[in-house]
Structure formats: C-alpha cells, structure tokens
Design a protein around this ligand. Structure first.
Ligand code: TYD
Length: 140
C-alpha cells in the first residue's frame, strides 16, 4: 500500500546561540532529487488545500512556520499527520490522496517535489483515483 511508504522525516537541525538551521539533503533525508519547490502561505481561514493525488510525484512537505494537518489516503487506509516542527517533514509517496487542513493563520508550508509541474500527473477526482488504484491492484 502506498500509505506505508509515507512517513515523517527528521531533518538536520544545526543550532547555536544565534538560532537554528534546518537542512534537507537529497538521497539522505529524501529519496529523490528536488526539481521544484513551492510554498503555501496566507491560507484563507478554514480553507483546505490539496484534495488530489499524484501518479508519480514524490514530495516532502515542511511546516516552515505555524502548523497544519495532512490526511493521506491510499484508497484502502487513511492517516492524519500533524505538522508543527520546521525540522520535521512529511514524505509523500506517489498514489496517495492528500488533504491539507487546519492551517494556523501564520502557516508557511514548503513543498519539495521530485518533478516539474505537470497537470497530467494529477488525479483531481477521488473516484478516479480509487478506480485507478484498484485497477492497478487487480492488474486490469
Ligand atoms: P494545486 O496543486 O491544485 O494546489 P493545492 O493542491 O494546494 O490546491 O494547484 C493549484 C493551481 O496552481 C492549479 O491550477 C495548478 C497550479 N500550479 C502550478 O501551475 N504550478 C505548481 O507548481 C503548482 C503546485 C500548482
């Protein structure tokens, strides 16, 4: 199941009297080379983001500021993660429907992605996603 491949990742934190540095090293903290970085900020109060799945894209989501929840669903099981630590990210493997919600007003969510943007990589409808996962499972 794709959900089993998703997990929280402890990133490197370098701290001294001046504060902290957070570090993400490709092929150490994440199993992909970053091709794209994007970030969510100024999320409208009560708004959700996501509500889609990706076919091939791998991502690491880091709560640089504030906190939010991410629910992952691989069409068989679902799990919710609370992200509130800027040196801990959530690795999301392909084939997981995700919904990001409960953003704090100050939330700044950075996403490291394995591929450039491609609309063709999205499942935008939950029913299509579930049907594709089940087709893949039965090999039909
Ligand atoms: P989407 O991935 O659906 O964002 P969210 O899941 O947070 O709601 O993207 C919203 C819109 O922005 C959609 O029209 C695609 C566009 N977009 C890009 O053009 N490039 C990107 O790198 C991203 C992430 C989105």
């Amino acid at each position: 199941m794709s959900l089993e491949k998703c997990h929280l990742v402890d990133l490197q934190r370098i701290s001294d009297a001046r504060g902290h540095i957070g570090v993400v090293e490709c092929n150490q903290h994440i199993p992909f080379i970053v091709k794209r970085v994007y970030y969510l900020f100024g999320v409208t109060d009560g708004a959700d983001r996501g509500s889609h799945a990706h076919k091939e894209l791998q991502q690491l989501i880091i709560p640089l500021v504030g906190h939010f929840d991410i629910t992952l669903d691989d069409a068989f099981h679902s799990k919710t993660f609370h992200l509130n630590n800027p040196t801990q990210g959530l690795y999301i493997a392909p084939g997981n429907w995700r919904v990001l919600k409960n953003f704090s007003p100050d939330a700044l969510c950075m996403v490291l992605a394995s591929e450039n943007y491609s609309e063709a990589d999205y499942y935008r409808h939950y029913d299509d996603f579930v049907a594709a996962v089940k087709r893949k499972k039965t090999g039909s």
